[in-house]
Design a protein around this ligand. Structure first.
Ligand code: C5P
Length: 245
């Protein structure tokens, strides 16, 4: 199965308080986007397209392997993924769309998504249970509903799709649409979306605390490895090896 990965990396670092694009913010000395690309590769994705802020192409090229294709992203995540999809090889059977902001995504999670696609599902998302009570509020912040959390899930990336299904869903989408993930795009086209188990380590880095947590995770894992713990699998899982360029 030929899998192409599209990494959405064209966002700003605003909520992180960074003065460079979030995807270039370093985690243990390496930009988030380099970790995310490694995770996809370690999980079996063979071709990678990264959507970047147009004015930052050189900075991204300097930190990514030479065979990663860069495209100019758009004003919204939806526009960035659309640009990545247009650049992806038409020979690919499946597409995995991934946030650059999920640096510690374990390769096993990538493999689970690919396995579900190989089983014939056309749209697959990793999902985790909701542990907090989750409520709906009105404009004044007053709670209007509290849906039973047993049926709620937090959805992560990489999200996997049959390439033709995703391309056709994007082709039918309003050019101005701004959706928070790609499953929403195919659901709008009437395609069923199935879930596989997500992983807490695939958490999205949004605010400074998320980055601190990711730094702590890398630190703990490296420390364990240096103490002779099961180093190989964990090091690979976290993509600790430097990327080759
Ligand atoms: O803003 P948020 O954290 O939800 O963004 C998720 C991912 O989408 C990030 O990796 C970000 O770089 C990417 N993105 C993008 N183009 C945009 C906005 C966000 O590729 N215009």
């Amino acid at each position: 199965m030929h899998a192409v990965g599209i990494v959405a990396a064209a966002g700003s670092g605003l909520r992180l308080g960074a003065d460079l694009p979030k995807a270039l913010v370093p985690l243990a000395g390496r930009p988030l986007v380099a970790w995310s690309v490694d995770a996809l590769r370690a999980g079996g994705v063979t071709e990678i397209v990264v959507a970047v802020p147009a004015e930052q192409r050189d900075a991204f090229a300097a930190v990514l392997p030479a065979d990663v294709r860069l495209v100019d992203g758009g004003a919204s995540r939806t526009a960035s993924v659309r640009a990545g999809l247009a650049a992806a090889s038409a020979a690919a059977d499946v597409v995995l769309v991934h946030d650059a902001a999920r640096p510690l995504t374990p390769p096993d999670l990538v493999r689970r998504v690919l396995a579900a696609l190989a089983d014939g599902h056309r749209a697959v998302v990793p999902a985790l249970p909701v542990v907090d009570t989750t409520v709906v509020v009105d404009d004044a912040g007053v709670v209007t509903d509290a849906p039973p959390r047993a049926s709620l899930r937090r959805v992560q990336t990489p999200q996997g799709f049959d390439r033709a299904v995703l391309a056709s869903a994007y082709a039918g989408l309003d050019p101005a649409a701004d959706l928070t993930d790609d499953a929403a795009v195919v659901r709008a086209a009437g395609v069923p979306v199935v879930t596989v188990d997500g992983d807490e380590r695939a958490a999205k880095v949004t605010v400074r605390h998320d980055l601190d947590l990711a730094e702590a995770t890398v630190g703990t894992t490296s420390e364990r490895a240096s103490q002779g713990a099961p180093a190989t699998e964990e090091r690979n899982e976290l993509g600790v090896e430097p990327c080759a360029r």
